[in-house]
Design a binder for this molecule. Structure first.
Ligand code: AMP
Ligand code: MG
Length: 422
């Protein structure tokens, strides 16, 4: 990936730091991301959540042999009749892990269990529920299909196939697939180190008694949670006072310790100026007003070798900007292939929503299934950027695009789920 200098952005004709569309900010950030390159070998279990640094190629067919998908009888389709039953002689059995060693000839059937290797000479499996058995004789009715209930060698994975490409994130299904190839160790990119701290004189740590106008620093905990879910090394650098020397020291230390530095607070109008002065000394940082709600102020840049994301202070803004800008950036820095944008679903919104055109809104929503099966969504209530309980009550974002104005009850809206299944 080629990177350009942050300063060169200012020369672009449509660059406006004071009214930056969400999509444009994402695009700019992406153009500066250089993924980690260091690699480590890990046992597949330890590789869960990590990013593959090699292609995984199959040296075998999975399954290895043609086998049965059902408990029943392996037969030769040519022996069966279209217009009536046929009685065959059972000459042996094929169990999972214990194949039938012989050869089936005309008039023969082999008892077979799910996963049992299809005996030589047979091409079709008849479910046991369909047949009648008397001693070593089995009667098969008409109406069977050739090759039914047979799973073929390589049905899941073909020999020599590139099963996973470099950049694949390893989830439970991928661990299982790699294990099914008999591979126990993989090369993955090293973990990303992400340092984070909060800024604000009003912030108190858990355990301290709150003075007038103070509040507990909750952002460090939501950020910790979001980072931990991504599987990065999260380095908590604490709460830093709004004091230039303390902030400068924190930025220097964080940028030396980590690949990415994330802060909350200190980028809003009035606060940004002195933070900006510090960051101008230490690196190259852009301050944007994003055309979105919540989460208008956002800073992005480089401090030494580290990427920097300056998130707003308000607790909901922190989470929204993390999910909309930081998460995808971290996945790319971790070496992950571009997963594209997060899926959006359509749902009927049962509450009216007031909105001014010209910015993207991420309202907190509750998506529920109605008795008739239809999915509807409603807002969680107060959408203030300080109402963190709205994030906790929500199971989705209601995403209202730039051009959209007020939304009446009953309109279709886009929603983005907060939780995935895997
Ligand atoms: P700021 O962006 O620094 O002006 O912060 C905006 C508001 O967000 C502050 O007035 C606080 O109420 C709140 N806030 C800032 N930092 C935190 C934090 N770490 N935890 C909880 N709330 C915060
Ligand atoms: Mg502040």
């Amino acid at each position: 990936m080629d990177t350009k200098s942050l300063a060169s952005l200012a020369a672009e004709s449509d660059y406006d730091p004071n009214s930056m569309p969400v999509a444009k900010a994402r695009e700019y950030i992406r153009s500066f991301l250089m993924p980690v390159t260091a690699i480590e070998r890990l046992h597949i279990r330890a590789a869960l959540g990590r990013v593959l640094a090699e292609d995984i190629r199959s040296t075998m067919n999975v399954p290895l042999d043609d086998n049965s998908a059902m408990d029943g009888y392996a037969v030769r389709f040519a022996d069966l009749k279209a217009d009536g039953p046929v009685t065959l002689t059972v000459i042996g059995a094929s169990f999972a892990g214990k194949p039938f060693g012989g050869q089936a000839g005309a008039g023969h059937a082999v008892r077979i269990m799910t996963g049992g290797v299809l005996p030589s000479g047979c091409d079709t499996v008849v479910m046991q529920e369909r047949v009648t058995v008397a001693g070593d004789r089995v009667t098969v009715p008409s109406g069977q299909q050739k090759a039914q209930n047979v799973r073929y060698a390589g049905d899941d994975i073909k020999r020599d196939a590139v099963v996973f490409a470099r950049g694949q994130i390893l989830r439970p299904a991928e661990l299982g697939m790699i294990a099914s190839l008999g591979i126990g160790e993989v090369s993955v990119y090293r973990k990303l180190r992400v340092a984070f701290f909060s800024t604000g004189d009003e912030l108190a740590a858990i355990g301290q008694t709150l003075g007038a106008g103070q509040l507990y620093d909750s952002n460090r905990y939501t950020i910790y949670g979001m980072l931990s879910r991504l599987g990065v090394d999260a380095i908590d650098m604490g709460t830093i006072r709004d004091d230039p020397a303390a902030i400068e020291a924190a930025f220097s230390e964080a940028s030396r310790a980590a690949d990415v530095v994330i802060t909350s607070g200190g980028v809003s109008v009035g606060e940004a100026d002195f933070v900006k002065q510090i960051l101008d000394r230490l690196g190259e940082v852009l301050f944007w007003k994003i055309a979105m709600k919540p989460g208008r102020p956002l800073a992005y840049g480089k401090i030494g070798g580290a990427h920097f994301f300056g998130l707003p202070g308000n607790p909901v803004s922190v989470m929204v900007t993390f999910y909309q800008f930081v998460q995808q950036a971290l996945l790319l820095l971790m070496g992950g292939a571009d997963a594209g944008s997060v899926p959006m679903l359509k749902a009927v919104c049962t509450t009216p929503i007031k909105k001014a055109p010209g910015r993207t809104e991420f309202q907190r929503g509750i998506l529920t299934q109605e008795p008739d099966g239809q999915w509807t969504v409603r807002v969680t209530g107060d959408q203030g950027s300080g109402i963190l309980s709205s994030m906790s009550r929500a199971n989705c974002f209601i995403v209202l695009p730039d051009g959209q104005g007020n939304t009446p009850a009953g309109a279709m809206v886009d929603v983005q789920l907060l939780e995935g299944l895997i």
